[in-house]
Design a binder for this molecule. Sequence first.
Ligand SMILES: C[S@@+](CC[C@H](N)C(=O)[O-])C[C@H]1O[C@@H](n2cnc3c(N)ncnc32)[C@H](O)[C@@H]1O
Length: 246
Amino acid sequence: VPDHQFADVELASLYDVFYPWDSREDMPFYLPFVMAAESALDLGCGTGMLLKRARDEGHTGRLCGLDPAMGMLEQARKRKDVEWILGDLSTVVFDGEFDFVVMTGHAFQVLVTDDEVFGTLESVRKALKPGGRFGFETRNPTVREWEEWTEERIDGTTTDDGIDVLMRNSVGSVEEDLVSFTTTYDSPSWQEPRQSRSTLRFLGVESLNSFISDAGLVVVEQYGDWDRSPLNDKSPEIITIAGRGM
Ligand SMILES: C[S@@+](CC[C@H](N)C(=O)[O-])C[C@H]1O[C@@H](n2cnc3c(N)ncnc32)[C@H](O)[C@@H]1O
């Protein structure tokens, strides 16, 4: 069982099939921020959907996608008009280079330890130009979305090659704010199912906001959903736009 589905080239190739642009609320939310920024960094860019779209819509500045998973980056690298870098902010250092840094698809939740959360936020601040912004979201722990990630809920899709693939999740453990689960992919065309294990952190808004300010960033906007509704205990998301001071 691979540690993470995103390192696996074949599973990574299924990502955009399961989560196409039209199924995503985060992408249209962040796209205008990218378009308005002269230079943008997509941290944990995955298959690179957001920056590819920004280029398609006429962005002419620097677009840089960074991701530590080779499988995902291989998908992104099919497009040559965006800069793609393998790694994360503990291995790649940027210094005052971006007007906008973004983490989409709940990528922020893969940061599980305090050191990873704080280190990433600090490196984001460093990567931003004075006055730059960081946009990202994390699932609100108060709605306990992981309780819906049960084996009865099966998602299915068909690849471009006409192969039907089914996906289901099973939560293994919930310890404090860490949720560990297994995702199983299966297809009548495969000899056996493929599985991946992941752990995500569900930081509450108070802890999140103290990490943000400890890292020298300021919360500029915070919402509970993609329609920009205010955050409360029933909100599915904690969507934050944080700023680096001048
Ligand atoms: C759920 S995917 C989201 C991908 C993409 N942002 C999207 O919205 O489609 C999470 C991504 O986070 C990446 N990731 C893992 N560890 C990371 C880290 N320390 N910093 C940034 N990204 C990381 C994974 O490789 C994966 O591509």
